[in-house]
Design a binder for this molecule. Sequence first.
Ligand code: 13P
Length: 253
Amino acid sequence: MRKQIAAANWKMNLSLTEATTLAEQFLQEMTPAKNHQLIVFAVPFPYLTAIQQIVADTPQVFVAAQDCSAHAKGAYTGDTSVAMLQSIGVQYALVGHSERREYQLESNELLAQKVNQCLAAGITPIFCCGEPSNVREEEKQAGYVTHQLKESLFHLSADELQKVVIAYEPIWAIGTGKTATSEQAQDMHAHIREALQIQYGAEVAQSISILYGGSVKAANANEIFSRSDVDGGLVGGASLVATEFAAIAQALR
Ligand code: 13P
């Protein structure tokens, strides 16, 4: 069975005390994850080690960086390399979140380099894709997302691709309270899996976890995660409330 994943993206929120309290509360609230389930906390860089220590003894709960550098090392002030993440034991990193694509002007080509960096360091990239509202209005979302996958992932070998997690996050659903319907999520996830199948074959395509992100909350997680090609969620706002995120994690198949 594919890994089912509940990933929290705390974005640029919380003080250290608030962050550690939230992680501790979550661990108290959560029901133990099954073998095929994972919980991942994408936390601000300064808190990676602190949160990692809190979750260390809980099976199948991990931390993720929210980004990484496209470069291995050197004169890149303010950036964090995958080697640095690896050296503190971080095993996951978000790559290509739409907020970074928008505010840091991250291109598909740059994201391909970040994916390469992650894989070289044994870090699982959680690769984010998804269309803006005008593309959805024109019903061109399938081609838009395929293009993102092609330019950032399809240079990988099948073995490499199998180490990637994909998160589909339609930009119009992020932080807007406007969730995609479970049909819209399933349709796009099936489309993504078909694109993977054309490029890499059915076995590889079936093995990749594809998460949905965009206004996931406890009240809609069951419905969204029940869809056959949806393997969990990448959760922003609702992950800042321990009881909400615990309920979302419990909704994993
Ligand atoms: P929201 O859950 O707040 O809509 O954010 C989604 C997201 O961007 C997760 O990466």
